[in-house]
Design a protein around this ligand. Structure first.
Ligand code: ACO
Ligand code: LMR
Length: 264
């Protein structure tokens, strides 16, 4: 019989060999002629399935609201400095992207992991926070440099309102909000941040949309899909900052001496 030569590569998300490319079985024609958006493309290429409108719209909202947060945040600052050093767009972009991690933009998966474990075992929010404190671990998804109890993050409020109106369940969001209520008693900047809010709401999507098995939901959180959403979103802003600096023909950046505490 026929002997199948083992391939060097396995790919399961798309096919470019036919008359037209497909994303998880959906042709370009269907994408363009049907009512598909970027949230649907992410659903097909990342989650390998179509997701309901409220879910794809949520992902698009995350992308829109996390696209930029000003020139002063770590990522944008890096991209701006890189652009001013005369580097190309890809260098500016990756220089900014490299700052995304546990403190900045990349706390979504960890927040989801922590909230899921604690909520699933019915741990009281106060006990959850105190247990992490004892371990010397910060609560991912909690805390902000400029946002606080009296200066709320509008993005978080918009996401919460959308989810409450459109998601079948917001159980994990409620848990995250209860954690926030407790951390706010400690310090006014320990708010639920965008990372934490996206993490909790994704848990709600994964568990209540009926589109994922429990095993798939666990795998998604374990692999780290959610930080990728911030990466895609913030890339838009990072490119924007790089183009802005080039358009303005800004000179090489040098940090001012006055702003450095020299302690030799
Ligand atoms: N959990 C518990 N305690 C915290 C947390 C937290 N998430 N954040 C701050 N604290 C407490 C700590 O007691 C800290 O003291 P320590 O330095 O002895 O640990 C104290 O608040 C002051 O902390 P700072 O470092 O001054 O807080 P800062 O305002 O600089 O930090 C930051 C902001 C980095 C976001 C922080 O809150 C944090 O690490 N949060 C968790 C990671 C996270 O969610 N990042 C995503 C932010 S949103 C975004 O980037 C899009
Ligand atoms: C962001 O979206 O970049 C932030 O929430 C972080 C910040 O410090 O503004």
């Amino acid at each position: 019989g026929m002997v199948r030569v083992p391939t060097h590569l396995v790919s399961t998300i798309c096919d470019d060999r036919g008359e037209e490319p497909t994303y998880n079985g959906v042709s370009m024609s269907e994408l363009i002629e049907g009512d598909y958006g970027i949230g649907d493309v992410i659903s097909l290429l990342w989650f390998k399935r179509k997701l309901p409108k409220y879910a794809t719209k949520f992902m698009e909202m995350c992308i829109m609201m996390c696209a930029d947060h000003g020139p002063c945040v770590s990522g944008a600052h890096n991209s701006i400095v890189t652009a001013r050093a005369g580097k190309d767009i890809v260098s500016c972009l990756v220089s900014g992207l490299l700052t995304i991690g546990p403190r900045f933009g990349g706390a979504i998966d960890d927040a989801a992991r922590l909230f899921k474990a604690a909520c699933d075992k019915g741990q009281e929010p106060a006990a959850f926070v105190e247990e992490l404190k004892k371990k010397g671990v910060r609560v991912s998804g909690i805390g902000h440099r400029i946002k606080s109890k009296d200066n709320r993050d509008k993005r978080v409020e918009l996401m919460q309102n959308y989810a409450k109106e459109n998601f079948p369940s917001t159980r994990y969001l409620s848990y995250a909000v209860a954690v926030e209520e407790y951390t706010l008693q400690k310090s006014s900047n320990l708010v639920l941040n965008v990372d934490g809010c996206i993490g909790a709401l994704f848990l709600d999507l994964l568990s209540s949309s009926g589109c994922f098995t429990e095993k798939e939901a666990t795998q998604i959180v374990e692999i780290g899909y959610l930080n990728a959403l911030f990466v895609v979103a913030r890339s838009i802003g990072l490119v924007g900052h790089a183009l802005d600096q080039k358009r303005l023909a800004q000179p090489l950046y040098r940090h001012p001496w006055e702003d450095v505490l020299y302690m030799e």
